[in-house]
Design a protein around this ligand. Sequence first.
Ligand code: SAM
Length: 276
Amino acid sequence: MTALPPIREVIARHGLSASKALGQNFLLDEQLLARIAAIPGDLSDRAVLEVGPGPGGLTRALLKAGARVTAIEMDRRCLPALAELGEAFPGRLSVIEGDALKLDQGAAMGGEPFAVLSNLPYNVGTALFVKWLSGEQWPPQWTSLTLMFQREVAERIVAQPGTGAYGRLAVLAQWRAEAKLALKVHRSAFTPPPKVMSAVVHISPAEAPAGVSARVLERLTEAAFGQRRKMLRQSLKGVPGALDALARLGIDETRRAETLAVADFVALARALHQNQ
Ligand code: SAM
């Protein structure tokens, strides 16, 4: 591997002024980037999908960790910098120009299991996260998700019942996966610094509970948390069979959604699925 110039220099040389519209806040600190790349464990010769490589700070850390990286970037101004990085790691980096929300990930990764790592563009982060976690196929093709979010969103993902942060994202992330807050990142670590703090969450698939449809669970949490201040008997009124299922499971219908454990939502979704 040839010596690589600091990312700050790469940004300057390629004139990569950060675009707000594309959610660009770059990470330049190599130590921090190496710590993020280490979160999923040993990456040697593993396939990694990176969303939004930008000038390539995290990409470089992933390559140094031995990964084979497929990176999708929407901003074509970044492509020459990424091409240079690819030359320094021959055959290990493939860059796709495009929108990650539209990517056929299975095809892009050649059917191989892959880890996802990304300093996500905040404007598309949640949409991508929901897409990764809501497929009916489980375990999914991805083996882990290591994702930077605004800290408030990261806290919602790992939230426990009875807290204000607990809601759809927590249930989605926890009902058949393990979600943990892996690293808090100060806003000053980014160039330019965003207004809010960030955090990296790490998600690994767990065994899916039997007899539960992701679609039914999604409908249930949408209704329950759509009116989170209301009692379940009100918020779940429009979900056919839900009130009967509450009674059968011995869940008090005067409770509110945020008091139910993830396992309660799973049991409800299973009962509804059996009814269909
Ligand atoms: N990975 C770099 C880093 O850590 O310094 C850049 C992170 S920056 C927060 C987000 C990157 O995602 C930007 O480079 C932006 O152009 C790119 N991006 C934004 N929307 C995208 C999308 N829909 N698909 C792919 N890349 C996108």
